[in-house]
Design a protein around this ligand. Structure first.
Ligand SMILES: Nc1nc2c(ncn2[C@@H]2O[C@H](COP(=O)(O)OP(=O)(O)O)[C@@H](O)[C@H]2O)c(=O)[nH]1
Ligand SMILES: [Mg+2]
Length: 245
């Protein structure tokens, strides 16, 4: 039986975290669950503590303060390697990513090194209009500047096999913030890994507020241009499946 670690990061998710943990436990009963909480100043920590007494598969790693998403995701990959897991699944805890759809991504990972949930090729984006507009713009730009056969670059609903985990583990990341999620794909593509997609239905967060600072929009655009420049300087690197799908 393959071993799975399902991970999310939380900052002030008191309205959503219980449903996420219960949903993951229901749909992936054999999986271990990891939450990296940055000492959320709301009830998130207390809720997780209560859930831990009921669900032994749940581990909570509490960091001293808000340290951002990229380091939380790198920690999960590190735990995946250290624990010898066959798969690490990463998700948001706010209700946008549905635990019932983990199975699709896991299935697609049978024939790939890495799988990302796509809202574009067979999936759907059901968030508010401004969010849909932002996601579409970022993904269109990424397809053009960093073609690698994917339609989705930005969402964090992903599955890493051991080869993907070690590719990420070996890399040095230059882009912080949300651009980290795009750079992860570029790193694995440069390593020649097979990157696949599986359709997901992305919903608006159930409760609470988004933590994405607006400044990240500009920073992500700058990061995309930077990664594109790097590609042009090193043209020998394959552009995956050529973005022709
Ligand atoms: N641990 C941790 N989690 C975070 C941080 N920022 C966001 N998150 C979590 O990351 C996920 C995505 O964040 P969200 O605010 O929904 O971003 P958006 O969907 O891009 O608007 C949620 O589960 C958040 O609680 C952070 O600095 N630290
Ligand atoms: Mg969100």
């Amino acid at each position: 039986m393959a071993t799975e670690l399902v991970f999310t990061a939380t900052y002030c998710e008191q309205e959503n975290i219980e449903a996420w943990v219960r949903g993951v436990h229901l749909h992936r009963p054999a999986a271990d669950i990891l939450v990296v909480d940055d000492s959320s100043p709301d009830e998130t920590g207390a809720i997780l503590k209560r859930l831990q007494s009921e669900i032994p598969q749940l581990t909570v790693h509490t960091r001293p303060g808000k340290m951002g998403l990229s380091s939380a995701h790198l920690y999960a990959i590190d735990r995946g390697i250290a624990g010898g897991y066959d798969r690490v699944v990463t998700m948001d805890a706010d209700g946008s990513h549905q635990p019932s759809q983990i199975a699709r991504l896991i299935e697609a990972s049978d024939s790939a090194d890495f799988v990302i949930g796509t809202r574009y090729r067979g999936g759907s984006h059901q968030a508010a209009r401004f969010r849909r507009f932002l996601s579409l713009g970022a993904n269109k730009a990424a397809r053009r500047l960093l073609p690698m056969g994917l339609s989705e670059y930005t969402t964090s609903f992903r599955v890493f096999t051991p080869s993907a985990m070690s590719s990420i583990d070996r890399a040095t990341f230059e882009c912080g913030g949300y651009a980290f999620f795009i750079e992860c794909l570029e790193v694995m593509n440069n390593d020649g890994l097979v990157l696949e997609e599986a359709p997901i239905d992305f919903l608006d967060r159930t409760g609470g507020k988004s933590k994405i600072p607006r400044s990240q929009i500009l920073l992500s655009a700058k990061a995309l241009l930077h990664l594109n420049r790097q590609r042009r300087r090193a043209p020998a690197i394959a552009s995956g499946r050529g973005g022709s799908r």
